[in-house]
Ligand binder design. Structure first.
Ligand code: NAD
Length: 346
């Protein structure tokens, strides 16, 4: 019994208090009930090593999620086609990588044949708004078809829990005024957003326990600087090379920037929960591009800014209301922009 006293959750020695209750119970019936609770608690604690498939795990967000899973001793397998991901992102964790295109049903099923996963975290996706306008069929094939293929492979592999990555940044459209909450009607303005919405429906039709995360603009270590969207990484490259930072329009466009470590926390929380449906993952704070540069400048020093034309159709403001995740005791953001930038840039 002594060993169990070391199991501490949220800073409280939970088992100790359960044990304390158990030995001080008066009726036999109550003792049996407490003993059942203690056993269930032990199983949950001991059984943390689950086998998790992470699709898109070689990418920016995926590899940070993999690190968080490995840090708690989970046994992880990554499936990725390395189209925008990099196998080097998996070197710190040393997890196994299977290279396959989720848009190809046969390749996906074959790559995972004979495997069993208790859980799947599905991040593999195309992620660029402008590219989706140019190649909508590719987006439909990978995001809608690919999600259906991963769901089928997951069902074959005996998966009990599915965590899907949608995008709060592209699914709600313009969020002028209040931040978008999950009950708001969605209004994607790009094939990327529309495909993410269709993929959410694929997940909802599933017979297994599933939850969809709708993250805001994610930033943090390993974000690529050569892709649309990673504005913190793109500006960081500008700072490093001493070049002027290109700011579209007057720099008043606002986004909700969430630190990748907080997103990884949301995945861990989702795997350990039986909640279903959709959850926004952001900060509830809208930051303009000029405010972001100002915050980065406090760490990196002053930079020169060049104003360039806006991309037609680009959203003016995107911000997510994250109160549902907090209310349901699933997750809440814990890293401020200042702290997240310090972790990313230093
Ligand atoms: N980065 C953000 O700000 C952000 C915001 C909201 C949602 N998301 C979502 O998070 C997830 C990860 O995004 P990211 O920013 O890490 O992008 P990323 O490009 O770094 O990661 C995507 C990964 O999926 C892989 N992939 C792409 N097509 C594939 C295919 N056909 N088969 C197998 N693997 C494939 C890529 O190689 C890459 O490793 C995506 O689902 C994205 O929509 C990202």
């Amino acid at each position: 019994m002594h060993r169990t006293l070391g199991w501490i959750r949220g800073g409280r020695p939970v088992v100790h208090s359960l044990f304390h209750e158990l030995v001080h119970m008066s009726s036999e019936e109550e003792k049996r009930a407490q003993s059942g609770r203690l056993k269930a608690f032990r199983l949950r604690e001991v059984d943390r090593t689950v086998q998790v498939l992470v699709t898109g795990g070689a990418g920016f967000v995926g590899s940070n999620v993999v690190d968080a899973l490995v840090a708690r001793d989970d046994d992880v397998l990554v499936l990725d086609d390395l189209s925008t991901g990099d196998a080097a992102n998996l070197e710190p964790s040393g997890v196994e990588l299977v290279v396959a295109d989720i848009g190809d049903r046969e390749a996906t099923i074959n790559a995972l044949r004979g495997r069993r996963f208790e859980a799947v975290v599905h991040l593999a996706s195309k992620t660029k708004v402008v590219q989706s306008l140019e190649q909508p069929d590719l987006y439909r094939r990978v995001i809608v078809g690919g999600t259906a293929n991963v769901l089928e492979a997951a069902a074959l592999a005996g998966t009990a829990r599915f965590v899907n990555f949608s995008s709060g940044g592209v699914i709600y459209g313009e969020t002028l005024g209040a931040c978008a909450h999950e009950l708001m009607p969605i209004a994607p303005v790009s094939p990327y957003g529309a495909c993410k919405a269709l993929a959410e429906t694929e997940v909802e039709r599933l017979g297994m326990s599933a939850l969809t995360l709708r993250p805001a603009n994610i930033y943090g270590p390993r974000q690529r600087t050569d892709l649309e969207g990673g504005v913190v990484a793109i500006f960081q490259r500008g700072w490093r090379s001493g070049s002027s930072l290109n700011v579209r329009g007057d720099g008043s466009m606002q986004r909700d920037y969430v630190y990748v470590g907080d997103v990884a926390d949301a995945v861990i929380a989702s795997l350990g929960s039986d909640r279903t449906g959709v959850y926004n993952i952001g900060t509830g704070v809208a930051t303009s591009v000029l405010e972001l540069i100002e915050a980065m400048a406090t760490i990196l020093g002053p930079a020169e800014v060049t104003h360039v034309p806006e991309i037609p159709g680009e959203l003016r403001r995107n911000c997510l209301d994250v109160s549902k995740a907090a209310r349901d005791a699933l997750w809440r953001p814990r890293t401020s922009l200042a702290e997240g930038l310090r972790l990313t840039l230093s």
